[in-house]
Ligand binder design. Structure first.
Ligand SMILES: Nc1ncnc2c1ncn2[C@@H]1O[C@H](COP(=O)(O)OP(=O)(O)OP(=O)(O)O)[C@@H](O)[C@H]1O
Ligand SMILES: [Mg+2]
Length: 361
């Protein structure tokens, strides 16, 4: 097996049976999947489509009916490989009467970590998940978001190479969600491999390199998020600093060249971006906030230094122009002074933020 492939499933099938051994549910059907080192892979699908079943098979908590799962080149039933895996289950299973420190110490013992190392690692992780202020409180007093954070810290206690996260952003508020996504990107940058299941599609879109979509136990789609979401018959250009006359001229040129302008105006940011910015501003400047000025303010890294924010293709001067189609495809042109965001447009290829300015309005 290629050493860059961390997980490989071959014809993986799981049938849950009832007490008498009769087939109850065919939860996973002939899944073939390869997950590579250092990627964030998202497993999507409706309720009951087999996501958690797949994670449990990878962990060796349940066994395949047919087919196989290899993790680090070993059969998933090999328990020793779990020392290199961290797992965040979809339901919290933490002991409610332990504090954060005691919880991490407990899980450190399960991995036979020496006392010194356990204490050091627990302290580091509690800081990492920003729970230092609550580390001596029992988990029964934790909110949902705090519980998710300590769950993630528990999954990291053994400094795993591979993380399996079942709905990591469930129960988190938008600030917590942003924190979790930035945290996952940092872990990936440290070289960890992450497999996550989620129903929060925008979270998956923000952090995952590749996704697989399951439906009734069958893999229906697989690929890079950037490729799967590309609108191939449109092109989008984002620029800043154009005068209204110049905008009109650009649109006229597009029409003259046989293209069709679908939209010309300012691009919108995301609701998450807006929410995070308002909360950060409110924290920095407590008191009454003057509303209604947000639209003209720049967003992104300058406001909060978030890794995700720097991935968002929101221009600093918010002025979008148009979406254009011609014989070679469609183009969306966003405007303000010749300052292109992303790669130059190519015929038939949509830009980095296709979908922001390409509505037919
Ligand atoms: N222990 C079990 N015994 C019998 N059937 C099960 C068992 N666990 C899961 N199933 C069934 O297997 C199918 C897949 O379940 P699974 O938990 O993998 O779905 P999921 O994609 O994680 O769904 P969700 O989004 O709701 O978490 C479902 O039909 C479920 O009812
Ligand atoms: Mg599930």
């Amino acid at each position: 097996m290629d050493s860059d492939i961390v997980i490989e499933t071959r014809n993986l099938t799981k049938v849950y049976r009832d007490f008498w051994g009769r087939e109850k549910v065919r939860a996973l059907k002939a899944l073939d999947l390869q997950i590579r080192r250092g990627e964030i892979f998202g497993l999507l699908g409706p309720n009951g489509s087999g996501k958690t079943t797949t994670l449990k098979l990878i962990l060796g908590l349940i066994f395949p009916t047919s087919g196989e799962v290899l993790v680090f080149g070993q059969d998933a039933r090999e328990v020793s490989k779990n020392e290199r895996i961290g797992y965040l289950p979809e339901e919290s299973y933490l002991y409610r009467f332990l504090t954060a420190e005691e919880t991490l110490d407990f899980y450190g013992r399960l991995f036979n970590m020496p006392a010194m190392l356990r204490r050091q690692r627990a302290a580091e992780l509690i800081e990492m998940v920003e729970l230092g202020w609550a580390k001596r409180r029992q988990l029964r007093e934790y909110s949902k978001g705090m519980t998710r954070r300590i769950g993630l810290a528990q999954a990291l206690i053994n400094d795993p190479e591979l993380l399996l996260l079942d709905e990591p952003t469930t129960g988190l508020d938008p600030m917590g969600t942003r924190w979790m996504k930035d945290f996952l990107l940092k872990l990936r940058d440290q070289g960890k491999t992450i497999v996550m299941c989620s129903h929060q599609l925008e979270d998956v879109e923000d952090v995952c390199d590749r996704i697989g979509i399951l439906h009734q136990g069958e893999l229906k789609e697989l690929g890079r998020v950037s490729e799967l979401l590309k609108i191939r018959d449109r092109t989008e250009i984002q620029c800043s600093g154009l005068s209204p006359e110049a905008e009109r001229e650009v649109c006229a040129t597009i029409e003259r060249l046989g293209g069709k302008v679908h939209f010309c105006g300012n691009p919108t940011t995301t609701l998450e971006e807006l929410f995070v910015r308002i909360i950060r501003e409110s924290e920095a400047h407590p008191g009454r906030r003057v509303r209604g000025v947000v639209e003209s303010q720049p967003s992104g890294p300058a406001q909060g230094g978030s890794e995700l924010a720097s991935r968002q293709p929101v221009p600093s001067a918010p002025k979008v122009f148009s979406s254009v189609s011609g014989s070679a495809g469609e183009v969306s042109v966003a405007g303000a002074a010749g300052n292109l965001v992303g790669d130059p447009p190519q015929p038939g290829v949509s830009g980095p933020s296709a979908g922001q300015g390409d509505l037919d309005r």
